[in-house]
Design a protein around this ligand. Structure first.
Ligand SMILES: Cc1cc2nc3c(=O)[nH]c(=O)nc-3n(C[C@H](O)[C@H](O)[C@H](O)COP(=O)(O)O)c2cc1C
Length: 352
């Protein structure tokens, strides 16, 4: 993988959709010899084209683009809608925003997003939340684009390999952000990165990439020694200068008194890991009022947006992995350089 893409080392920057992912961040990582991934699941086809082209003006190195596997919009009953509106009424009042209409569509047209990605021919196309039909993977292969799925269990990994993906991200329970669990309604198996990598690396023929809680070169070395071909790091880059992480999100990541992360469905309807704040804690007490994915994601967007605008972290999704206490603040190129140095140090032959 490293030699094929001419990377300096086995390091991938996670796609960080929802703000942190910027052309500057991705280009800085790719220019430093890692593989930068653009998280574009929340972007329109027009934005996807423009963002990839902008990134390509900042780097001539390989980049990856990431989207979400599409799901059917759920049919919501009047009761479900009322319950969702009632449970969040006080937040909208506090923030001074009107109650929204809950109406499909709740997500963007995947086929149009995919076409926009394909036109720009990134080196790698990665995706999460399940499997894609063979026809999408064939289109990528025809255009010289490597495909990469995501799995959180051995069973998902086997299905992903059978579906024809070239690479697979093994996402441990430690990971920040959304869990790549195939089914949006299933419980989380909660498998940690160590056993997941071991199981997948032993069983699959395709390269496996380790993701979840890796914050330094020693963590990358550990993942490689367990059988991973590379490590994918997200949380480690959230405080980089080039990241689009909002000011209140940055402040929360630096708050040493609140470093416990938790998985929750309250922001999007899908399980995701983040720092605990008021919205998470209060909404966790009323799970029956949380809409299914992706309706909840569309429904809470105005609250998250206004919270960011007001500089408050109370209502933001503060995605972060279990390694958040080790987060470092610097330019992304410098961080990649340090990670490679640490990796070299960690893989030196031990004196036995
Ligand atoms: C802020 C944030 C946004 C994320 N967005 C995406 C995404 O759009 N697509 C995706 O496949 N994974 C996404 N992830 C998950 C990452 O792919 C990866 O599993 C995770 O960053 C690894 O754990 P770590 O954050 O502890 O390094 C996101 C993670 C974070 C922290």
């Amino acid at each position: 993988m490293v030699s094929h893409l001419d990377l300096k080392g086995p390091l991938i920057l996670s796609p960080l959709a929802g703000g942190p992912s910027t052309p500057e961040l991705i280009a800085a990582v790719s220019n430093a010899g890692g593989l930068g991934s653009l998280g574009l699941a929340y972007d329109t086809p027009e934005q996807i084209g423009a963002i990839i082209r902008k990134t390509k003006t900042l780097t001539s190195k390989p980049i990856a683009v990431n989207l979400f596997v599409p799901v059917k919009d759920p049919e919501l009953s009047t009761d479900q809608k009322e319950s969702a509106l009632n449970s969040t009424k006080k937040y909208r009042e506090e923030l001074g925003i009107p109650s929204p209409k809950i109406e499909a569509p709740y997500s963007l047209d995947f086929d149009k997003q995919f076409e926009a990605m394909l036109r720009e021919k990134p080196s790698v196309f990665s995706f999460t939340f399940g499997l894609l039909d063979r026809s999408y993977l064939n289109e990528c292969n025809k255009n010289g684009i490597i495909t990469c799925g995501t799995a959180t269990t051995l069973e998902e990994g086997i299905l992903a390999e059978e579906s024809g993906v070239d690479w697979l991200v093994a996402q441990g329970i430690e990971a920040g952000g959304h869990r790549g669990i195939f089914s949006e309604t299933s419980e989380d198996s909660g498998i940690g990165l160590f056993p997941l990598i071991r199981a997948l690396a032993a069983k699959l023929r395709i390269p496996v990439i380790a993701a979840g809680g890796i914050m330094d070169g020693a963590g990358i070395a550990a993942a490689l020694s367990l059988g991973a071909m590379a490590a994918q790091l997200g949380t480690a880059f959230l405080l980089c200068e080039e990241a689009g992480t909002s000011a209140p999100y940055r402040k929360a990541l630096l708050d040493k008194t609140n470093l416990l992360t938790k998985t929750t469905r309250v922001f999007s309807g899908r399980i995701a890991r983040g720092l605990q704040n008021r919205f998470l804690k209060e909404m966790e007490t009323k799970p029956e009022s949380v809409l299914p994915f992706p309706a909840q994601n569309a429904f809470t967007r105005d609250i998250r947006r206004k919270s960011a605008e007001l500089g408050m972290s109370d209502f933001l999704s503060l995605w972060a992995g279990q390694g958040v206490s080790q987060i470092r603040q610097m330019g992304a190129g410098k961080l990649v350089e340090i990670l490679f140095d640490e990796l070299k140090e960690a893989t030196k032959d031990p004196i036995l």
